[in-house]
Write a protein that binds this ligand. Structure first.
Ligand code: ASP
Ligand code: MG
Length: 484
């Protein structure tokens, strides 16, 4: 670890013996991210603090999510404000309760609580909730949690400091609720953390996940689960040795353990596979969070804060050993399947271009597509109203929209997709599950299929049994601890 040196003394001698210049200017460091469940109450906070202390010698920068379900509570409070009621009871209880149990005094807490209440009162008077004010409101969750953790560490463990992401270089565009980080973060983050990375300041930074500010200083959020992106961005920009995301599962599992109780640990996946996993329903990481680390090759490790000794899962550019044919089975429910058949006999290119332009116009993103010369089937997963889009599509095509569909995805190696599909379909047929559409992703690491929502869990269980039992028997997977 870099020894803390007095800045004046450093200037005098230029190269103190205790701190070789290469270490002073580019010390090894890690980023540790704790999600909401790892911050859910006083016991989990103590546990997270213990883990941070364990890694103190590796110079961690810590990223925190809001405590427990705070983001959901705040969103509920915003909805209630629209009916004229101001109710921060759940948020207050969770935070005040933790602070009392931890026996800490949190600087700045009262003014944040007051600001949050004033904002909510404003919303209730105006009965108006824009995406911008929603982002402003949910930002309090992360702002509170970093202050609580910093206060706890300072009181009981080690020097720490709370950092609001915008003071750590996080700037975004103004696409409220799903903002994109600006390129300037690559320069601004290292600048903002230089006092810490250079060893002049030894208070461990506790950085708010999920939030940023746009160029005019308005608070934005990076989309639900966005703290992962904060962590990977920090890790990539600071050239960290690794980014650890601490969760309440042992790592990436072969399926959602609530659906498949004997889901197993996946020891290693690539950035591409992790991104597919995230898009297709595994609650592992924020879908966009792989982008920064993919650029720099920074290793990401998923660890369990209730079981810190477990190895976890590693996410890296390429598999380090033999590539297992199947990595995981995921599912996303409540998806809409839209079947579009051209009524105008447009050529395939004109037809598809026209169809996709309508999705662009209504800003609806498409997950899966299957096409033929004059028809296209695609899926969308959005709570937004599709009436306008469907009306536009119906001007050139016969359109049917089916709700309550599910996407079941096999994250696998394309080289084996033929035999994987054969085994998958044979197993699904035995269960009488009707696959309504299938597509193999261009990134060649997934095969996705559509079935009814009501059949999704059975499909996942069936595929898991069919594809993993064989593989496990062949010794291609290790058994992880089973989470329930
Ligand atoms: N607190 C935010 C959420 O619940 C961000 C995060 O947890 O990553 O979505
Ligand atoms: Mg959360």
């Amino acid at each position: 670890m870099v020894k803390k040196v007095n800045a004046g003394a450093l200037a005098e001698s230029q190269a103190p013996l205790t701190c070789p210049p290469h270490l002073c200017y580019n010390p090894a460091m890690i980023v540790m991210k704790f999600g909401g469940s790892s911050m859910a109450g006083p016991d989990r906070i103590r546990e997270a603090a213990r883990i941070i202390k364990m890694y103190a010698a590796q110079k961690p920068v810590v990223v925190l999510s809001a405590m427990g379900d705070t983001t959901d509570y705040l969103l509920e409070a915003a909805e209630k404000a629209l009916t004229g009621t101001v109710d921060l009871g759940a948020v207050r209880k969770l935070h005040r309760g933790a602070i009392a149990a931890l026996g800490i005094d949190v600087p700045g807490l009262d003014s944040l609580m007051t600001e949050m209440e004033t904002l909510l009162t404003g919303m209730s008077l105006l009965r108006e909730l824009s995406k911008r004010s929603r982002d402003y409101l949910v930002s309090f969750g992360e702002r509170l949690s970093v202050r609580i953790m910093a206060a706890y560490l300072n009181t009981h463990v080690l020097p720490a400091r709370a950092v609001d992401a915008w003071d750590g270089g996080f700037r975004s565009d103004s696409d409220f609720t799903k903002a994109e980080l600006l390129d300037s973060v690559w320069q601004d983050i290292p600048k903002a953390f230089e006092p810490y990375t250079s060893g002049r300041d030894n208070a461990i930074p506790m950085v708010t996940g999920f939030i940023a500010k746009d160029d005019t200083g308005r608070i934005t959020t990076l989309g639900r689960g966005g703290s992962d992106l904060t962590a990977t961005m920090l890790g990539a920009a600071l050239k960290a040795d690794e980014v650890q995301t601490w969760k309440d599962v042992d790592g990436i599992l072969t399926a959602d353990p609530r659906i498949v109780p004997n889901a197993r640990l996946v020891p290693e996946v690539t950035y591409d596979e992790a991104a597919e996993l995230a898009y297709f329903g595994a609650q592992v990481l924020h879908p966009r969070s792989m982008n920064p680390c993919r650029k720099t090759g920074t290793l990401v490790r998923v660890k369990n804060s209730s079981n810190p000794q477990a190895a976890g899962s590693v996410i890296r550019e390429k598999h380090s050993g033999p590539v297992p044919p199947v990595r995981a089975i995921t599912s996303v429910k409540h998806v809409k399947l839209i079947d579009i058949v051209s009524t105008r006999m447009l050529g395939a290119s004109g037809f598809l271009a026209h169809i996709f332009n309508q999705f662009l116009k209504w800003n609806i993103s498409i997950d899966m597509v299957a096409t033929s010369e004059v028809s296209v089937s695609l899926t969308v997963n959005t709570p937004e109203d599709l009436t306008g889009l469907l009306e536009d599509l119906r001007k050139v095509a016969a359109v049917e929209c089916h709700s309550d569909k599910a996407i079941v995805t096999i994250i696998c190696d394309a080289a084996h997709s033929g035999s994987i599909l054969a085994a998958a379909f044979a197993a699904l047929k035995k269960q009488n599950i009707n696959v309504q559409m299938i597509s193999q992703g261009a990134s060649k690491v997934n095969v996705s299929m559509i079935c009814d929502d009501s059949e999704a869990d059975t499909a996942v269980r069936t595929l898991h049994e069919a594809l993993f039992d064989t593989l496990l028997a062949a010794g291609l997977l290790i058994k992880g601890s089973v989470c329930t």
